[in-house]
Design a protein around this ligand. Sequence first.
Ligand code: UDP
Length: 264
Amino acid sequence: MDFNRTRYTPMNRRRRIYEGKAKVLFEGPEPGTLIQHFKDDATAFNAKKHEIVDGKGVLNNRISEFIFQNLNDIGVPTHFIRRLNMREQLIREVEIIPLEVVVRNVAAGSLSKRLGIEEGTQLPRSIIEFYYKSDKLDDPMVSEEHITAFGWATPQEIDDIMALAIRVNDFLSGLFLGVGIRLVDFKMETGRLWEGDMMRIVLADEISPDSCRLWDIKSNDKMDKDRFRRDLGGLIEAYSEVARRLGILSENESTPMGGPRLVQ
Ligand code: UDP
């Protein structure tokens, strides 16, 4: 089946499969597909802080599309098929593994807090952490022992997830470095994609300034959701700047452009 040729007809009554804090999933036009819709809701601290930020969904849709399409193009498997419109993308339906996988290159956020390492300290190597996806429990950090004992993923799947996380981190670090941005850390999610009897682990959900820490190389300015978490203001301006540097938005922020622009 060639999903890229599938025409998508907007429907008024689409079946809503799942609604999260920043996204909604609808039934897709073909079996095995879903539509991922990006909302303008900004939340932090497990939704205790909540605001609507006009235009955030549109930017995250475009930034996440750009990252996932580039990963597909270099052979890193993802759930992404294609963008449908300003806020929506067509994705493959996967069985989400209930783990948030955090990859860190520089100390920040909860790592700095828990271990007393000053924010901005370069880590001796990239560190991968797992958190169990549960709003009720505030996404607790878990070890591989917990993951296998409770059957959230097998040891082989953990190996696959870690290999995927390292490839994604290497790609993203280079991509952002080329446009003058330091990838401090990011969160990713994975899913099981079934193709007949075969199953493989693919990258799922989104990768956007909502789920990454991105610092300007020169000024160290935050260009991510910490602007919202820490009440710094200028969230849309920062996300637009990320999109502009990646070559997704032109100077007037409306015309799609060619590709990333090297920042000297
Ligand atoms: N993160 C995320 N969703 C979460 C928790 C963390 O996208 O539910 C991202 C966060 O934006 C950062 C990275 O994962 O890029 C590491 O977050 P950290 O553990 O430092 O937690 P935080 O300080 O955000 O509470």
